[in-house]
Ligand binder design. Structure first.
Ligand SMILES: Cc1cc2nc3c(=O)[nH]c(=O)nc-3n(C[C@H](O)[C@H](O)[C@H](O)COP(=O)(O)O)c2cc1C
Length: 164
């Protein structure tokens, strides 16, 4: 069983790609990492540390990510946990606050508030009326900053090495 879990909640796949890059970076420090859809995580029990990220939709986290947090709260409180969310699209990248429920759980398990990474919204990935409309405006594009994401994951891997 891998030591580190990187779980994600996505609708159009871009948050999964962020999770994969985070996992790849953490693997560089010789940790074993499993990447899973949050909906597939039964329990975080087997893992030494957990990274969880969700896409943001209308200010909310996806249900499966919140469910993972709620169901595993007690276990997560005993492990290092890092949270992120991905969403902001368009030229202005404004950090988003997580929904209150997520912030409250983060505080209870001793995790920092989620960091914000830019999102992706393209005509190809946009599903639904609102998404298609957004994609036709200036919000369309891929605003994920891979250097920023790798740096964040690097800092996590350093902390994990120090905790070994
Ligand atoms: C209907 C809709 C609502 C959205 N609401 C938000 C939001 O509240 N905050 C935000 O930062 N991004 C928002 N976004 C942008 C998405 O979070 C962004 O496209 C993200 O990268 C999607 O992730 P996914 O590909 O993993 O599903 C919204 C996008 C759509 C289509």
């Amino acid at each position: 069983m891998a030591e580190i879990l990187v779980a994600y909640a996505t609708k159009s796949g871009s948050t999964r790609e962020i999770a994969e890059v985070v996992a790849e970076q953490i693997r560089h420090s010789a940790h074993e990492v499993t990447v899973l859809d949050a909906a597939e995580v039964r329990s975080v029990e087997p893992y030494k540390a957990v990274v969880l990220g969700s896409a943001l939709y209308l200010g909310r986290w996806r249900r499966e990510a919140v469910k993972l947090l709620r169901r595993n709260e007690k276990l997560l409180a005993r492990k290092p946990v890092w949270l992120f969310h991905s969403g902001p699209v368009g030229p202005q990248q404004v950090p988003q606050r997580a929904p209150r429920q997520v912030r409250e759980i983060a505080a209870r398990i001793g995790a920092e508030e989620p960091v914000t990474f830019g999102g992706r919204l393209t005509r190809e990935t946009a599903a639904g009326f609102l998404a298609k409309r957004m994609a036709r405006t200036g919000a369309a594009g891929d605003f994920r900053d891979w250097d920023e994401i790798r740096l964040w994951a690097y800092v996590i891997s350093e902390r994990l090495v120090a905790a070994r």
